[in-house]
Design a protein around this ligand. Structure first.
Ligand code: SF4
Length: 191
């Protein structure tokens, strides 16, 4: 496999106008895992708003790799560096499994009740001190329609601040631009 950090886009597949976009199936499986024992589950990459078709490779009950899907009309098998490698964070021992609260300048484990009580108390404090315009929300670009709708209701209708934006504004600005050029909107619904 080519070094997709140095060669971000991978092998080019030029084609003439009006001809089908050639298939190029990208795949990455953890070194040492027997590829013929990997089970593949149909899914999609959700790391940006493109939604490339992706199969998730499973072995011994954990994710061990991903591959594109030739018949997917979004990417015809291609996966970018985020799609190819981002899933490895799921297997990291550094992945957070419990809330952390900063006490005396250090992040320390806390219960969910303690963490949520802290969020509520700080939110009330900001609202009391600065009003609704003191609040801002920077949310994921990978929510479902119902999530966005609920978020918009709570933030704009409930709290009353217009300061609501999704991470697509920054981390996938290039796809935002392309989506705006093509469809007049940057992808995430219910904004
Ligand atoms: S462009 Fe990359 S990050 Fe976005 S959905 Fe496709 S593989 Fe995932």
């Amino acid at each position: 496999m080519t070094d997709r950090i140095a060669d971000i886009w991978g092998m080019r597949t030029p084609h003439a106008a009006g001809t089908p976009w050639p298939v190029r199936v990208d795949e990455y499986v953890e070194p040492g895992v027997p590829v013929d024992e990997v089970g593949w589950v149909r899914s999609a990459c959700v790391l940006c708003s493109n939604g490339c078709g992706m199969d998730i490779g499973v072995h011994s009950g954990r994710i061990v790799g991903v591959r594109g899907r030739a018949d997917d009309r979004v990417n015809h098998g291609r996966l970018g560096p985020k799609g190819l490698f981002g899933w490895q964070a799921n297997n990291s021992p550094d992945r957070l499994t419990e809330p952390l609260v900063r006490r005396d300048g250090r992040l320390q484990p806390a219960t969910w009740d303690e963490a949520m009580d802290l969020v509520v108390a700080r939110t009330r404090q900001v609202l009391a001190d600065s009003g609704s315009l003191g609040m801002g929300f920077y949310n994921s670009g990978q929510l479902f329609l119902e999530d966005y709708y609920t978020l918009a209701l709570v933030v704009r209708g409930g709290i009353g601040t217009p300061h609501l934006d999704g991470n697509t504004r920054l981390c996938t600005a290039t796809s935002d631009f392309a989506l705006k050029e093509s469809f007049g909107t940057d992808g995430a619904p219910a904004r």
